[in-house]
Design a protein around this ligand. Sequence first.
Ligand code: NAP
Length: 499
Amino acid sequence: MAYDAGKPNENKQILIIGSGFAGLCMAIKLREQGIEDFQILERGDDVGGTWRDNHYPGCACDVQSHLYSFSFEPNPEWTRMFARQPEIKAYLEKCAAKYDLRRHIVFGANVQNARYDEATATWTVKTADGRSFSGRVLVSGMGGLSNPAMPNVKGLDSFKGKAFHSAHWDHGYDLSDKRVAVIGTGASAIQFVPQIQKAAKRVDLYQRTAPWIMPKPDREIGSRERRLYRALPALQNAYRTAIYWMLESRVLGFAVNPKLMTMVEGVARGHIKRQIKDPALRAKVTPDYTIGCKRILISNDYYPALAQANVDVITDDIVEVRANSVVDSAGNERVVDAIIYGTGFKAQDPMPRGTVFGNGGVDLLDAWKTGPEAYLGLSVAGFPNFFMLVGPNTGLGHNSMVFMIESQVAYVMDALRTMRKQKLRAVDVKPDAQVTFNESIQGQLSKTVWTSGCKSWYVDANGKNTTLWPGFTFIYRGKTRRFPATAYRLERDPATVTA
Ligand code: NAP
């Protein structure tokens, strides 16, 4: 059966995994083209992806909201330059409602594995509750940062107090007057630490690597300004464009000439100096690697929170967790009521072994012997009709992921058009196209600040950057504008081949 864009079909032609920014964008664009025969498999009970799961106190976006939203769905109602999680989640819910997507979503469908059958050119997806879904095309909108990572520390399970990860925040647990250990000082922790510091009796903040933090140019967007955006959408669009180019210019420092980062580092050092008076604390929070190597964070309230009397920044490694305490490498044992893990996500392991099986039943991880890689971050040789949104090497350290997602969705739409027009039942990227593409981006990545010698979730244990796009996002947009059929092995639908 050739892919037919027009006719609704009982057997869904397209399966989308996830209903965050990526999955919703895919669904909206399908519907805009009149394609209704798709289904979204969502493990949660609502839409929103990372913005549904992460609701810790202080959770907000670190990209300006005018840009961190769909280009085709501007929101004049943002109340801050950097919207907070409830507003972003509400925005995504509104998109789902406006484009009538919920009827396409199967909630509680926690994907266990997906298998491609070459004989029928069909993907079959099994969920944890034993259900099975099939479709010709499989689109992953699972995101790279959806599975929380826990530290590998002795005795973690023996802890008898309250413990949770930032992505599983327990708002029912009252932190007032509690002694709290926080592990990690990444993007999430620097947002929730200032919030819990106000309530908790003590905060022991375990910092393994100090992050570079810049001032956050946040402000309220008042009702007059919002009215203006409502009346003049072009004005908001112009603002969005200006933000895009401002953020895009950062590639010059990250990837073109890392020496430019010295200037940025000066601003970050000034931020520490202004906000922290105690020289010992200043020394502790000053990083010892080139700024930008790990994700640059933005905050105006993190350093002031660390300077409070009830916060202790501990730079000695954690060696053991006991029933009621945390022990560090200097031999200090600190009694705590709760441990909060701000330890991030399994970015290097986006699809664990046993999840995706392609031609010949090959596990995606066996195809990824040297780490995750894909052609344009979207297609993997041997995994026909499988497209990854936010796939390998398409993450960003400098601009809005929504821009990348829209580029990727446009590419998948063009792939679907090509399949329909050419009556194809399968498209499988050629191995040499994938190799050439990845050699090129790895070559570019080797000259960037991200490989300047720090340890970050951008790079794997062997020092290979499998997560970031190496440069300008408009270059990526250009590369994904059209589906390059010549880079793929094309399989005609036997039903359409005449003798
Ligand atoms: P993260 O940036 O990966 O930070 C994890 C933190 O945990 C790091 O400080 C890490 O230290 C520490 N850690 C991990 N294992 C440890 C151990 N065994 N002992 C001590 N410390 C340990 O994770 P995240 O803060 O959740 O953020 C993840 C990503 O999500 C961000 O980079 C960003 O892309 C996204 N995010 C964005 C926003 C936003 O838009 N504002 C907010 C939150 C998250 P090391 O540095 O030494 O590894």
